[in-house]
Design a protein around this ligand. Structure first.
Ligand SMILES: [Zn+2]
Length: 298
């Protein structure tokens, strides 16, 4: 009887051990995070709301409208000026940025509606969106194209103040790297920019930081893959709703989903006092996840 009980307990312990092991391997599998991101992404409405559907005429009314848009962006940058060294510099660089609208005809041109000096911000209207992706061979509309004056491309999609500030200042930060010479690898630069985006989101939406902390409390692991594997598609929906409000589409979700993963990952590194290099590993891990998922889906 005693022997049977020992056998039973040993088998049970072995099964629990194997179960935990299997579960951990599952969490660290890139396909786990890939599946979570994809499940959520597919549930987001396909269409975003564009505030500019076509290239506008050069009328006084339209110029006044674009002056107002620029004022709004500058006010947002000012609001988050004290986040870090980069956002502080941004205020100086972006003060009189000219605002143009992209026009894709035989050539790619930009129609300036709010003149100025500094970063050239080029707004992409809905009518030019697909042409833009083709012309620049990109899958995103958020893009800083290098050089001292940009241009910084930005889609005319309606965004919450929180997301407008976080995504615009992220791209603007890439620009300051070019003009202000922040040295480092491309990965290190992205780590810096996504770190800035995280700080802006935490300030703009206090529940966002709480949500990140709640995800981190699910495990005491020191392995980031295991931690990120614990993110669910429901978490991503909650975070997106906090950041965008109720109405948003896939173009902005494509960008914000990645940011949420970095937000959890980078906060994990800070909270568990891991070396900063782990943030770069997390940045590269998301590439691995995307590649693994894309290969599997084909
Ligand atoms: Zn970036």
């Amino acid at each position: 009887m005693k022997f049977k009980l020992i056998c039973f307990l040993t088998t049970l312990a072995a099964l629990v051990f194997l179960g935990v092991r299997f579960y951990n391997v599952h969490l660290e599998d890139p396909l786990t995070l890939g599946r979570t991101m994809s499940t959520y992404y597919r549930s987001v409405p396909a269409n975003d709301h564009w505030w500019l559907t076509s290239v506008p005429e050069q009328t006084a009314e339209n110029r006044a409208f674009f002056e107002a848009r620029r004022k709004k962006i500058l006010e947002l940058i000012e609001r988050f000026r004290s986040v870090d060294e980069l956002s502080e510099k941004m205020c100086k660089y972006a003060t009189t940025m000219p605002l143009s609208v992209l026009r894709i005809g035989t050539n790619v041109t930009a129609l300036t509606l709010a003149a100025g000096t500094g970063f050239n911000v080029v707004i992409i209207p809905q009518s030019e969106a697909e042409g833009f992706k083709k012309a620049f061979n990109l899958s995103t509309f958020f893009y800083f194209r290098g050089g001292d004056e940009g241009p910084l491309f930005f889609p005319a999609i309606t965004m919450s103040d929180a997301f407008l500030a976080c995504s615009f200042m992220h791209e603007c930060g890439h620009g300051i790297r070019v003009t202000g010479k922040i040295l480092g690898t491309q990965t290190e630069e992205e780590v810096l920019m996504h770190g800035l985006s995280l700080e802006i989101l935490k300030r703009a939406v206090p529940e966002y930081g709480q949500k990140v902390a709640q995800i981190l409390s699910r495990s005491d692991t020191k392995g980031f893959k295991r931690m990120l594997g614990k993110i669910t598609s429901e978490d991503l929906r909650e975070m997106d709703t906090m950041v965008h409000g109720k109405v948003y589409g896939r173009e902005i979700a494509r960008v914000s989903i990645k940011q949420h993963i970095f937000s959890v990952g980078f906060s994990f590194v800070d909270e568990r006092k891991l070396p900063n290099i782990v943030k770069s590993e997390i940045y590269e891990w998301l590439d691995t996840v995307n590649r693994a998922w894309t290969d599997k889906s084909h």
